[in-house]
Design a protein around this ligand. Structure first.
Ligand code: ADP
Length: 649
């Protein structure tokens, strides 16, 4: 459309320039042809502007387009009325004096030919109506544009074959050849405003029919024009007899028509084969699908079922085809199903039913079973919509869900018991320990003189043991509470590590330890407090389990992938034997005596819990006597659901 309107504009502009500067070639193309009148060129310019507005869909300027078309319509009707009623409104030479027309002694110099005026009025009035009539009547306008195209083609053919009757069409003044070309371009352009209507609808589009029509039409046009033109030339220059010429023309037509039809038929046949193949594929896919598939029409009549559907519902294929789909729906849902089907067909789109909704189907035995159903509309050859239902029997899944629900309840109860135990441990167990400790103190104070050295030593051992037990109970409590109020926040792990080192600065100074953070630690979502505790435990252990008289050298770093971060804490300490590599992450497991290295054996158990909290794991790689590398991963967490998903998988 844009190209066509531009071409019309350029054509008309050339003629206007021809008129303004009196260049004969621009006015009439060839000396023997009539010239395009100035008014005609002006109307073409205006209409090309209107077509440009349509082509660019400039909604804001539609009113300009309407004004232009109204002007052209009035102008051409006035010119036509002069012709009919014989008066002179002096509009023919209003803009420019038609010297050529005056010299040629034309009756009305400068006046547009009646056929030109007629075509302009048809086009401009149709373009105005295009904006005001109902959609369903637009096709009438489309045929008017086609009539203009046809008339322009007739005139052009008249010029090609030198048959003036064609382009004068019984009117007195003839239509200029470039006027005809202008109308051809303009009318094709306007027909493209609604490309799906009329002949344009057949020639434009991606369907087989459209492409075959395009090809056939263009080939036939070229063939006819070429042959008839050759025939015209042979006749004009008397090369062959008229009878022989016509016979030759007929034979050529027959042969070329056969070739063109052959090619078109071959193309259609290939498409048909492809379609049959696609149908066969569809049938195979349906048949081999793991789900039960049932196709039904808008009335709910079953038209296709696959093997799985036969197995699931316990019917033979023949027993289902032609029956109502409601046969497979439990009686109590049938009335609703009917309504749902009607509303589905009113706006058919892919839909999935099941999750969060209890849907049931019924087998041939009358047994009802839970299902999930996916519906897909399929457009059939006749344009009607069929529905392909994919059905999954979820009886087993429902059973499993019930079991999981039961287990979740049991787990909740167990958790409650654990919490209860924690409470007892914190209050009730600490209390008797404190009492025993108090009594040891009383014995020491009140019976100091009566107690001999042996008893005093036993009392000190007892007191140590009780204090130790109290510490263990507290650690156990902390372990249980770990992550209870956890909060996922975007954190700079490098900053967290630096803060941990600041907290441990006294210990680092005292022991002369060297700690290095290698590279950049990531910025990611972590449970900040717990993550910090994890790093602190590992660095603390790396310092604690150093070799005697060898200052600890510790390196902290991280390698990241799209899905996770892998941290490492390497030391040059005493190392761990491979057989203990798993054991140390269990609660209260220690490899060294309390006298050598202090501790309760809970630190690494906490670390494991924290890594798992982040969807990751923790392990150690070590050479005894040379050092250890503790590694742990954390998922690249977007939110809490990522961890849940990870745990579920
Ligand atoms: P604790 O440090 O209180 O003993 P942990 O759970 O932190 O408890 O550690 C468990 C055991 O793992 C330690 O007793 C120690 O034997 C061993 N271990 C931990 N970290 C290191 C390390 N960096 N080098 C050598 N052994 C270690």
């Amino acid at each position: 459309m844009k190209v066509l309107s531009f071409a019309v504009f350029v054509l008309a502009l050339m003629v206007i320039v021809g008129w303004l500067f009196d260049i004969e070639q621009l006015k009439s193309i060839m000396p023997k042809y009539v010239s395009m009148k100035f008014n005609t060129a002006l109307c073409f310019i205006l209409m090309s502007i209107s077509l440009t507005i349509e082509a660019f869909r400039l909604r804001k300027f539609i009113f300009i387009s309407i004004i232009i078309n109204a002007f052209v319509a009035v102008f051409s009707l006035l010119t036509y009325s002069q012709e009919i009623f014989g008066y002179n409104l002096h509009i023919d030479q209003f803009f420019i004096i038609d010297e050529v027309g005056i010299q040629a002694k034309e009756a009305f110099p400068g006046r547009m030919s009646p056929i030109t005026v007629f075509l302009f009025s048809m086009l401009s009035i149709s373009l105005i109506l295009d904006k005001c009539i109902k959609r369903k009547y637009l096709f009438i306008l489309q045929y008017i544009y086609h009539i203009v195209t046809l008339m322009a083609i007739i005139a052009i053919i008249g010029y090609i074959y030198n048959a003036p009757e064609f382009y004068t069409l019984s009117f007195l003044t003839s239509m200029a050849v470039h006027t005809a070309i202008g109308f051809l371009l303009l009318s094709v352009g306007t027909a493209l405003i609604h490309p799906s209507l009329g002949v344009t609808g057949i020639l434009i589009g991606n369907s087989v029919g459209n492409s075959v029509a395009r090809k056939l039409f263009s080939q036939i046009c070229i063939a006819i024009m070429a042959f008839t033109y050759i025939r015209y030339l042979t006749h004009k220059y008397n090369i062959v007899d008229i009878e022989f010429g016509i016979a030759l023309l007929t034979i050529s037509f027959l042969i070329i028509s056969l070739v063109i039809i052959w090619e078109a038929a071959d193309k259609l046949n290939k498409k048909d084969e492809k379609k049959k193949l696609a149908e066969e594929h569809f049938r195979l896919v349906v048949e081999s699908a793991p789900n039960a598939l049932i196709m039904s029409d808008s009335k709910g009549t079953i038209t296709l079922v696959n093997k799985q559907a036969e197995i699931m519902f316990g019917y033979e294929r023949e027993e289902l085809i032609g029956k109502k789909i409601e046969l497979l729906v439990p009686n109590k849902f049938t009335p609703n199903h009917d309504k749902n089907r009607v509303s589905y067909h009113a706006s058919p789109k892919a839909k999935y039913f099941g999750a969060g909704r209890d849907l049931y189907a019924v087998r041939s035995t009358g047994e009802e079973f839970p299902v999930e159903i996916g519906l897909n509309p399929i457009r059939k050859e006749d344009g009607k919509i069929a529905v392909l239902a994919s059905i999954i029997d979820i009886t087993e899944r429902k059973k499993q869900e019930a079991i999981i629900r039961k287990q979740v309840i049991e787990l909740k109860l167990k958790n409650q018991e654990m919490e209860q135990f924690n409470y007892i441990a914190s209050h009730d167990l600490q209390e008797p320990l404190r009492t025993v400790s108090n009594y040891i103190m009383l014995l020491n104070e009140d019976y100091e003189e009566e107690l001999n050295a042996d008893i005093k030593m036993h009392l000190v051992t007892m007191d140590d043991a009780i204090k130790r037990m109290s510490l263990l109970v507290r650690s156990l409590l902390d372990f249980g509470r770990l992550g209870r109020d956890k909060k996922l926040v975007k954190s700079d792990c490098g900053k967290i590590a630096e803060n941990v080192l600041k907290d441990l600065s006294n210990l680092i100074c005292e022991t002369n330890a060297k700690v290095k953070i290698e590279g950049q630690l990531p910025l990611t979502n972590v449970y900040e407090i717990e993550f910090r505790q994890l790093l602190q435990n590992l660095i603390n252990n790396a310092i604690k389990f150093r070799k005697a008289d060898v200052p600890a050298e510790i390196v902290i770093g991280c390698t990241s992938t799209a899905s996770q971060h892998e941290f490492y804490v390497t030391d040059n300490g005493i190392g761990i034997k491979e057989k203990y590599a798993d054991k140390i992450f269990q609660i209260f497991q220690r490899l060294n005596k309390n006298t050598e290295y202090e501790g309760h054996g809970i630190g690494l158990a906490n670390c494991r819990k924290i890594a798992e909290m982040h969807g990751g794991k923790i392990w150690v790689e070590s050479i005894p006597g040379e050092g250890s590398t503790f590694k742990f991963t954390i998922l690249n967490l977007k939110d809490e659901s990522t961890i849940k998903l990870h745990h579920a998988s």
